[in-house]
Design a protein around this ligand. Structure first.
Ligand code: HEM
Length: 510
């Protein structure tokens, strides 16, 4: 924090390598002892010693660098005030298009009410304060989410909330602002979009992504036994972890090609044998919801970790903090009551789970894409090239216009689908929304492709560098493909959308 009020003349006299001050955003920094540690070297700092280095600084650094090195700050300039905004936890961004329209003060929304606004604020405060710092660290070092953060999320019902609306939330007062009974798909959209603001695609999946797509199947399809209640309680309290294990090296979207088998024994229990690949959170899970070939079809079983379950890490292009695993089930045993849904009828268990998963993913990608728009808008305004800000170039404005349009259009489509989900039973959702949600997810990752491409060109070399100015853009460009593949590939989902539209097609002729 600033300690003194100083004049520009006073700063100018500290202009030597052994006595080096400079001004950034009307604030004075004593860099004398920092020169040797500066990642950009000492020469550049000596060149600006005693001067106002504001534009040089923002050409090369993110504003958060100043927060991180706040102890170098020794004062402010007399009669002047810092102008650059330092966001506080929970704050909305004032940058145009950085927030969805419903969160911009000058606009209204037909969908969101007071409780959605309040939940948005609470979740963002929580994410900014507790999730983002850990997420950034884990994304880099590749280690798994801490038990401390899981416990904190569990204590605030955040794990339960992320499963979407349902009985598991009844009786709860979520973050003190929404009754569990009133939590709807628009609240769900809000939390999904807030959680991805950490800008850490691998960690976001590592942050209980496996639970979001598997505990829902347990809640809906497992027989109502004390064991089911135990599993749900353990997972929602953060004591145990669960993931979905369907995909294999042999087959992905083609569920009929799966080779993991479950053989029924005389006492009704099952012996599971086979392998699974790309299983999110698999490395640290206690329970696995496993898709298996059974005698006359496909069935889904809950398998507990044991010596017969081996998990090995897979290094993908995002962070290993996601806990992505190759799994071998070597005659793992699951009791009869671990069957989800009916024997040989597991396809419906998997399919019914997909709508919520894809909805969540679409919400996340759209929000990430919006963050990229914000990054590009800020960068184009602060970056000076050929003597003028980047944004003064028409070619850059064309790119921004395209990116903004894609984000605004997809957010509107998402909100409209969330609204439809609020007004449909689960069965109606499956019948009427599987296609539209598939098309939405397929389209938003195509948009992400365009947005990532344009953003990297705007950022230049920084867009392909993991640290510094373009780090967020680099991360997005490297990882948006996860959303284009996980939960159903773009092609499969686009096809599903059209096939569902053709079901019961009217006798309409040209
Ligand atoms: C409070 C003052 C400063 C601090 C705390 C600081 C800190 C840093 C840090 C952490 C980096 C690593 C890249 C990043 O994370 O963004 C960096 C890079 C760099 N800094 Fe600074 N810096 C300061 C002032 C300046 C000034 C005034 C200049 C030049 C006029 C400068 C020039 C550079 C250069 C050239 C790089 C390398 C940039 C790149 O690789 O793209 N720094 N600085």
């Amino acid at each position: 924090m600033p300690h003194a009020t100083l004049t520009r003349e006073a700063v100018a006299s500290h202009n030597a390598p052994g006595d080096l001050w400079c001004i950034i955003d009307h604030t004075v920094y004593d860099l004398t002892d920092f020169v040797d540690a500066h990642p950009g070297g000492s020469v550049v700092l000596e060149q600006v010693a005693g001067t106002d280095a504001t534009s040089a600084f923002y050409n090369l650094h993110r504003h958060e660098v100043l927060t991180k090195f706040a102890d170098l700050c020794i004062g402010t300039i007399e009669g002047e005030k810092p102008e650059v905004i330092t966001p506080q936890p929970g704050d909305l961004s004032p940058v145009p298009y950085a927030e969805p329209l419903w969160l911009r003060p000058q606009f209204k929304s037909p969908y969101f009410n007071e409780s959605h606004y309040k939940l948005r604020r609470k979740v963002r405060e929580f994410v900014d304060t507790y999730v983002t710092p850990e997420a950034q660290e884990k994304e880099k070092d590749g280690t798994y989410i801490s038990q401390e953060l899981i416990d904190r999320m569990a204590a605030n019902d955040m794990l339960a909330m992320r499963l979407g609306p349902g009985k598991h939330l009844h009786g709860k007062n979520l973050l003190g602002v929404v009754k569990g009974e009133e939590y709807d798909y628009l609240h769900d959209l809000v939390q999904a979009q807030e959680f991805v603001r950490t800008n850490t695609r691998g960690f976001n999946d590592g942050n209980m992504g496996g639970m979001i797509i598997s505990l829902t199947a347990v809640l809906q399809w497992m027989p109502d036994t004390p064991f089911k209640h135990k599993v749900v309680q353990e997972v929602l309290s953060g004591k145990k972890k669960i993931c979905l294990a369907i995909t294999e090296a042999f087959a992905g979207s083609d569920v009929a090609g799966l080779r993991t088998t479950a053989t029924k024994r005389a006492d009704g229990s099952w012996v599971v044998r086979g392998t699974k690949k790309w299983i999110t959170n698999g490395m640290f899970c206690d329970y696995f919801v496993v898709g298996c070939r059974t005698e006359k079809g496909f069935s889904v079983l809950l398998v507990e970790r044991s010596d017969a379950v081996e998990t090995k890490p897979i290094k993908t292009s995002y962070s290993t903090s996601a806990g992505t695993a190759f799994i071998e089930f070597n005659d793992a045993v699951a009791p009869a009551h671990h069957l989800l849904g009916e024997e040989n009828n597991g396809f419906i268990v998997i399919m019914s789970n997909f709508n919520h998963e894809r909805f969540m993913m679409a919400a996340g990608v759209i929000r990430q894409s919006r963050t990229i728009v914000e990054e590009c808008l800020k960068w184009s305004s602060q970056r000076v090239v050929f003597g003028a800000p980047l944004i003064s170039q028409p070619a850059i404005r064309q790119k921004l216009a395209k990116m903004i349009s894609l984000v605004e259009a997809t957010q509107s489509w998402l909100e409209s689908i969330a609204y439809q989900m609020n007004h449909m039973s689960y069965a109606q959702q499956s019948k009427n929304l599987g296609g539209p949600i598939g098309l939405l997810k397929s389209y938003v990752t195509r948009c992400a492709h365009e947005i990532a491409d344009e953003a990297v060109n705007i950022f230049g070399g920084r867009g392909i560098t993991q640290s510094g100015m373009g780090g967020v853009v680099e991360m997005f460009h490297r990882t948006y493909k996860f959303d284009a593949i996980l939960g159903g590939t773009e092609e499969i989902l686009a096809d599903l959308g059209v096939r569902q539209a053709m079901k019961g097609f009217p006798k309409a002729m040209l």
